[in-house]
Design a protein around this ligand. Structure first.
Ligand SMILES: NC(=O)c1ccc[n+]([C@@H]2O[C@H](COP(=O)([O-])OP(=O)(O)OC[C@H]3O[C@@H](n4cnc5c(N)ncnc54)[C@H](O)[C@@H]3O)[C@@H](O)[C@H]2O)c1
Ligand SMILES: [Zn+2]
Ligand SMILES: [Zn+2]
Length: 396
């Protein structure tokens, strides 16, 4: 019972399952009475983890990864009042105190009290407060009453755990990107990226009533996955400019809304589809979004990228054509998703069969010891979302 294993980042391209410390209800020397210990039921590998594992951040060796956590409460601190032992809960990847001005305003992605270095924290992530990650068997979650979303019925939830596991990050993140881009009934939307976040965003656009959802990527299997639930797709290996490819689908070379589900490791178009161009998606979004439209940017941009080719990009400075966006009066929305703003509504959409998110992102469940292989396959562009099942609790 007091053993724990987790996925640790070792060096670029290498992660390892290691024996790690069993979590304590403690914050440094102090007892963490507002926290709980979870036995982890499911914990997903994310594109955000890949930035670290590819050596594109300053993540230290030994960092225990994992911020997409769902689990059973097995121990609760004295001050946890409303979450009980035995509850099955979704953990937002943001760690939030519930007490600062940002948390009070619902901006839980930039809590002011959980990371001494900057606003906002997450489990198992570089620069995000040093919290131990949850690609493990057990993890500690602070401010449990505030952070956790309890599933109303455990048996019902376990039957849909492949969908519900996506509430800790990518479903709210895709949805947030769409909401921030102003997607609503009848919208025509371009989603850059057909990774799990892009696909979750495309599903969210449909849920919000979009008329046409166009997904762009350069990996054919991922585009195929987007077509499987009714999206139009654009293969960016094609030399035809993006705006012209959009015109071939909707008759005009622009869209109402665009969502960047790629981030700073973006590649180019056509002959450049294999070459990194970190500002490509942001510039493309400004080119194709109608004047007055909004651009959601859940794709991650960093303040330090030791692996960037250009010196400016190593400090997160990119060649963004801001004059174009300014001339078109675009609105831009960046940052970590405040998961809590959306997770309850999206849970209900899952429980009442309004959405098939696991199918859309092609969830594949793997055991903890298969996590290193999952990282490799995901890095190669598998059209899958890998979900780790550390205790073998997920039904077939
Ligand atoms: N804001 C948040 O809170 C939040 C949460 C989760 C993930 N993210 C970020 O969202 C992004 C996507 O996550 P993911 O798990 O889907 O990652 P992923 O790496 O699996 O997917 C990115 C996809 O973008 C494609 N791509 C590359 N260049 C492109 C271009 N120019 N145009 C279109 N597509 C292009 C890649 O081929 C890949 O399929 C990452 O940057 C991740 O860090 C942010
Ligand atoms: Zn994530
Ligand atoms: Zn806070």
């Amino acid at each position: 019972m007091c053993q724990n294993h987790g996925v640790a980042y070792i060096s670029p391209g290498v992660v390892e399952v290691q024996q790690i410390e069993y979590p304590k209800l403690a914050l440094g020397d102090r007892k963490c009475e507002h926290g709980v210990i979870l036995q982890i039921v499911s914990t997903n590998i994310c594109g955000s983890d890949q930035h670290m594992v590819r050596g594109r951040t300053t993540a230290p060796a030994g960092l225990v990864l994992g911020h997409e956590i769902t689990g059973l409460v097995i121990e609760a601190g004295r001050d946890v009042e409303f979450i009980k032992e035995g509850d099955l809960v979704s953990v937002p990847f943001n760690i939030a105190c519930g007490r600062c001005r940002n948390c009070k305003a619902g901006q839980t992605g930039i809590c002011l009290n959980v990371n001494p270095g900057r606003a906002g924290a997450a489990y198992g992530y570089v620069d995000m407060g040093g919290w131990v990650g949850g690609q493990a068997e057990y993890v500690m979650v602070p401010y449990a009453d505030f952070n956790l979303l309890k599933f109303p019925d455990k048996d019902q939830a376990m039957a849909k755990i492949r969908d519900l596991t996506l509430l800790s990050d990518i479903f709210p993140t895709g949805y947030h990107g769409a909401v921030m881009a102003g997607v609503g009934p009848g919208s025509i939307v371009y989603v850059a990226g057909a990774g799990p976040v892009g696909l979750a965003c495309a599903v969210s656009c449909h849920l919000l009533g979009a008329a046409v959802v166009i997904v762009g990527d350069m990996i054919p299997e991922r585009l195929e996955q987007a077509r499987s639930f009714g999206c139009e797709t654009i293969d960016l290996r094609n030399e035809t400019p993006l705006a012209d490819q959009i015109a071939q689908i909707v008759g005009v070379p622009e869209v109402d809304s665009a969502v960047d589900c790629v981030g700073f490791e973006a590649k180019g178009h056509g002959a450049g589809a294999d070459v990194e161009q970190p500002a490509n998606v942001l510039n493309a979004a400004m080119t194709i979004t109608r004047a007055g439209g909004s651009i959601g940017i859940p794709g991650l941009y960093v303040t330090g990228d030791p692996g960037a080719k250009e010196k400016a990009a190593q400090e997160g400075s990119l060649s963004i054509r801001i004059g174009l966006g300014w001339a078109k009066s675009h609105s831009f929305f960046t940052g970590q998703t405040p998961v809590m703003k959306y997770h309850r509504q999206l849970m209900n959409a899952i429980l009442y069969d309004k959405v098939q998110i696991a199918k859309a992102v092609n969830v594949e469940v793997i055991s903890l010891d298969k996590a290193p292989q999952g990282y490799q396959d995901f890095d190669k562009g598998a059209a899958k979302k890998f979900v780790i099942d550390p205790h073998g609790l997920i039904p077939n």
